[in-house]
Design a protein around this ligand. Structure first.
Ligand code: ARG
Length: 491
């Protein structure tokens, strides 16, 4: 390795330096190869900033207009795929400004009045994250839709519900799926909460202490569609909670998808055979010709690991950083990019995997009466007739033990054997079908068919409301990020 200094290129901060940086530092320090993902956000933030500088008379209005026009030219080059950043640009902010200078000359220098890259990077990343969160919400709503569709297609299917992965009590398949709808509904909620904390304008923090110019931060917030402005300049440039919120919401979302995947893998196994995946969403083996694997579900479960890792990584990066900006923060981006990319591709493939699968409702129904799964109903039968539940539990427990040692089911017992187990069984035999069992669970949150039907209807309505909200939020952001966006309007 050479100890010689290897000359790199000139920098925006080069004034106080006698030499240009070493090439190795340049490569190590640069973030262009990933922060280029928010070049549009960077240009749009600059447009809002320079408009405000003009309105406030901080720079001449004509200069502001020249700079804004130049920024849109760079925007058009980006759209046309004609503008490339290089390592020498260091980061997206400096690269965009470099190109602007090439197009409009020295007046470019007035753009960076009353702001720093610290505000810029936080602003760009917040704008990018807002869009990412909306896309994640959209994908999560697709998944909710898929679950509601499958539930609607199989309204009467009964399957075993499990605890400890042992058959516990019969439930409707729709009830089981609606449990996941609850989880993903909470994910939507969490993503919206992350969005609320992301939706803050930090431009105007100017490095860390606030700017010495009469910046109108409120109007910049309106121009960029931020709901509010940050209250503290030091927090403004060093807060990465919004990234952590997004990473955490993504991690919990993936945890839920992973649990659902685990069900799919089990349900499609040769042991359960509750469902058959469509050929389009399963894969084969290169050696075993009979194999049909649930790779989509397994890969979704597996990808949960990296999404957890991204959260852990940024928590660790942030924990030792004093106020305010530290270069460590540059490490905040790739993890969120990866989390968002991963969640989105998983959300793209899991819903169609679900809606194209065939549920083998006969297999499920058969399993939903085996293994003494109705034992609780038999005990309830006695308890409803005055036997203390603990005692009823004991009686039925004994009966289960006896039947299993004889290798028979409840339905094989004679009337005499029932009467022998408890005299109350002589008066009326307990319910011995899965349908009676689920129908009896007629409480809010229970698996009785009427309750499940109502729960599905309510979930459909809630999902439609979220969709309507999402559409509005996406339209507002698209207007902000449009080439024709005109400015903040009146406060
Ligand atoms: N690339 C930097 C980052 O991602 C941009 C901010 C640079 N600010 C600075 N003071 N060096 O955080």
């Amino acid at each position: 390795m050479s100890t010689e200094i290897q000359q790199g290129s000139a920098k925006a901060w080069g004034g106080r330096f006698a030499s240009t940086p070493d090439k190795r530092l340049e490569a190590f320090n640069a973030s262009v190869d990933f922060d280029v993902r928010f070049i549009r956000e960077d240009l749009r933030g600059s447009v809002a900033h320079v408009r405000m500088l003009g309105r406030q008379g901080i720079i001449p209005v004509e200069d502001a207009r020249t700079i804004e026009d130049g920024l849109w030219k760079v925007w058009d080059e980006v759209t046309a795929g004609e503008f490339a950043l290089t390592i020498a640009d260091e980061d997206v902010h400096t690269g965009a400004e470099r190109r602007l200078r090439e197009l409009i000359g020295p007046v470019t220098g007035k753009l960076h009045t009353g702001r720093s890259r610290n505000d810029q990077v936080a602003t760009d990343f917040r704008l990018w994250t807002k869009d990412a969160l909306l896309r994640l919400i959209s994908g999560t709503l697709d998944l909710i839709d898929a679950l509601l569709t499958v539930a609607g297609n199989n309204p009467d299917a009964i399957m075993p519900g499990y605890t400890h992965l042992q058959r516990a009590q019969p439930v409707l398949l729709a009830h089981h799926l609606l449990a996941y709808v609850e989880m993903f509904g909470r994910d939507v909620d969490r993503l919206k909460a992350a969005l609320r904390r992301t939706d803050v304008l930090v431009l105007g923090s100017a490095a860390m202490a606030g700017a010495t110019y009469p910046l109108d931060r409120e109007s910049v917030a309106r121009d960029l569609g931020f709901a509010t402005i940050s209250r503290n300049s030091m927090d403004g440039v060093s807060d990465r909670d919004f990234v952590l919120d997004a990473l955490a919401a993504g991690a919990i979302l993936m945890m839920h998808i992973s649990r659902l995947s685990e069900e799919i893998i089990f349900w499609s196994s040769g042991e359960a055979k509750y469902l058959t995946l469509s050929d389009a969403f399963s894969t084969g083996s290169s050696i075993m010709p009979q194999k049909k694997n649930a790779d989509v579900a397994e890969l979704a479960r597996g990808k949960t690991g990296r999404v957890y890792g991204n959260l852990m990584s940024l928590l660790t990066i942030m924990k030792g950083t004093p106020l305010t900006y530290n270069k460590d923060f540059q490490e905040d981006k790739e993890g969120l990019f990866d989390t968002v990319d991963t969640c989105l591709i998983v959300l793209d493939v899991v819903p169609p995997m679900l809606t194209t699968a065939t549920f083998n409702t006969d297999r499920m129904a058969a399993a939903a009466v085996g293994d003494f799964i109705l034992a609780t109903d038999v005990a309830d039968h006695l308890a409803k007739r005055g036997v203390p539940f603990r005692e009823a539990h004991e009686v039925v427990g004994k009966l289960v033990g006896e039947c299993s040692s004889r290798g028979i089911a409840f339905t094989d017992l004679t009337d005499e054997e029932w009467a022998e187990a408890h005299p109350l069984f002589a008066e009326q035999k307990p319910p011995l079908t899965a349908l009676e069992s689920v129908s009896a669970r007629d409480v809010p949150g229970g698996t009785a068919p009427n309750r499940v039907r109502a729960a599905r209807a309510a979930a459909l309505e809630a999902a439609a409301e979220e969709r309507a909200w999402l559409k509005g939020a996406q339209t507002r952001l698209a207007n902000v990020m449009s080439r024709n966006s005109t400015g903040p309007g009146a406060g």
